[in-house]
Design a protein around this ligand. Structure first.
Ligand SMILES: [Fe+2]
Length: 218
């Protein structure tokens, strides 16, 4: 397991090998996330057991976020599943492999939930990756892997000890970077992003991976 993640509750790790071109088209075809009213987010969701090299996609399920740490109602949301062309691709398997290496999660008994997400901005609207503000996801480990970022201004991803103090980490994550978060120890957030001048519609393509039960008592 990664030492920084263990000690400070977050770590930024350099890229697993990926073929960005091979994944790009699947981001173009992501369905719009109907649960975000602005319509600026597209997403697919699946969960996997097995091993990083031979992921086994588990049966379709609703995505669930608990009210426990958020002060909001329990949320169940349904998304289309990730394409087989994506999860059978060595690039995706390298991303899973990196997640397993850094967190020490054993996929055989702790499935990894994966969100494939595109956030768009431009044409008079901002992109918002974290409309709920500083929050926890309600898992044990969380990883944000950036596949692509085109024409985007801002959108820093940040890590916080609590909802009120400023961030202990805040960076614009470039393509290929993988931010890991221990969701039991720290909270996270992402600032809105805008389109660079002269750009029409821009986007940020990410995989968000989560695993494990939250064991906090509060
Ligand atoms: Fe989150």
């Amino acid at each position: 397991m990664n030492n920084e993640l263990k000690e400070q509750g977050y770590a930024v790790v350099d890229a697993p090998e990926i073929d960005r071109q091979a994944l790009a088209e699947s981001f173009d075809r992501l369905p719009t996330d109907v649960y975000l009213r602005s319509g600026t987010r597209s997403r697919r969701f699946s969960w996997f057991a097995g091993t990083p090299q031979s992921p086994v996609k588990l049966p379709h399920k609703l995505f669930y976020q608990t009210a426990k740490y958020e002060g909001r109602p329990d949320i169940h949301r349904e998304f289309d599943e990730i394409d087989a062309s994506v999860y059978n691709h060595p690039s995706f398997q390298n991303i899973l492999g990196c997640f397993v290496r850094v967190t020490d999660v054993n996929m055989a008994n702790t499935p990894i939930e994966v969100h494939q997400i595109r956030i768009r901005a431009g044409g008079g609207f901002d992109g918002n990756a974290s409309p709920e503000g500083v929050h926890r996801d309600g898992c044990h480990y969380l990883g944000v892997f950036v596949v692509d970022r085109d024409g985007v201004e801002g959108g820093e991803t940040s890590v916080h000890l609590n909802k009120t103090d400023g961030p202990i980490y805040s960076e614009i994550l470039p393509p290929g970077h993988f931010l890991f978060i221990d969701d039991e120890k720290v909270m996270h957030h992402a600032l809105p992003m805008t389109a660079k001048t002269g750009k029409k519609v821009v986007y940020w393509d990410i995989f968000v991976l989560t695993a494990g039960e939250h064991r906090r008592k509060e």
